[in-house]
Ligand binder design. Sequence first.
Ligand code: ATP
Length: 330
Amino acid sequence: MTDAVAFDHVSRHFGSIRAVDDVSISIAEGSFFAMLGPSGSGKTTCLRLISGFERPTSGRVLIFGEDSGAVPPNRRPVNTVFQDYALFPHLDVRDNVAYGLMVRGEEKARRHAAAEEMLSLVKLDAFGDRKPGQLSGGQRQRVALARALVNRPKVLLLDEPLGALDLKLREAMQDELKALQRSLGITFVFVTHDQGEALSMADRVAVFNEGRIVQVGTPEEIYQRPRTRFVADFVGSANVLSPDICVRAGAGSGWASLRAEAVRLVPPGEGVVQGTVASRRYLGAVSRVHVDIGDAVIAADLAAGTPLPEPGATVGLTWDATALHRMEEA
Ligand code: ATP
């Protein structure tokens, strides 16, 4: 199957800034693809390379197998939902949604019918006559979504679309976006710096750092087997063990990651390493205990009901050798 989008060694430099630096990715048609990374890592520039608002300094962006180099933004089967929604305050919701069709010269009855259909899709049937200022943040977000979908793009780009919403609404919208993507079957490319958001929604995740992709994989792969220290730290899924600790733990040399739920507490003198309980925190289903082992702190997630040691207590830590995942240093 042809990929919806593919980057073939794409770079975009601004003077000496390598915003995007030799990125190659394939985004399967019909998939939900997340670009995850800290601020300034090049995610938005990648979206703009897909929409055509940026051109590569070198390399090629392929859209459904065709080099998009000479294709202007309005000729690409792509649309974008922005974080600030960019709605027109003076237009009502219906006209906001229909805007893209007006620009294309569709007649009024047709574009209003299409707008109503999109509003129904995002569950805003009754809101067509309102102005954006009369909507909640979540409702405005849906209008932005409807507006981006009205042109029937084959690829929908979403740049931190949930960033302006509070946590509860964001979680609800995550579920809705995922359901919408499944039912429409179109390709979503979603930019976020929120690892939970990327891991919970995407089929595949690309982790960005300083203009480069450091790992691409399923959420499980990224979470369970971070390829580099940066990914392990950024995704926050794992303890990162230095070569020193790996040697002490009899686990060979090199960096390794170790998920907190794989670490068990044992009596002092037993286990792989010894340490002192630095803190403990109740997190609901688990309690997280931080153990200071001298040159590092190791997090252990203990299931609810496990007796918790007091801060300051000396404990042993152990884990199964199979729980250690070797990483490249980076
Ligand atoms: P954020 O999450 O903050 O939006 P991002 O990962 O999307 O960040 P980009 O917006 O792609 O990152 O920016 C990547 C780098 O390129 C940054 O250092 C940014 O300052 C720089 N950059 C982006 N656009 C331009 C431009 N038009 N001119 C100069 N530098 C730019």
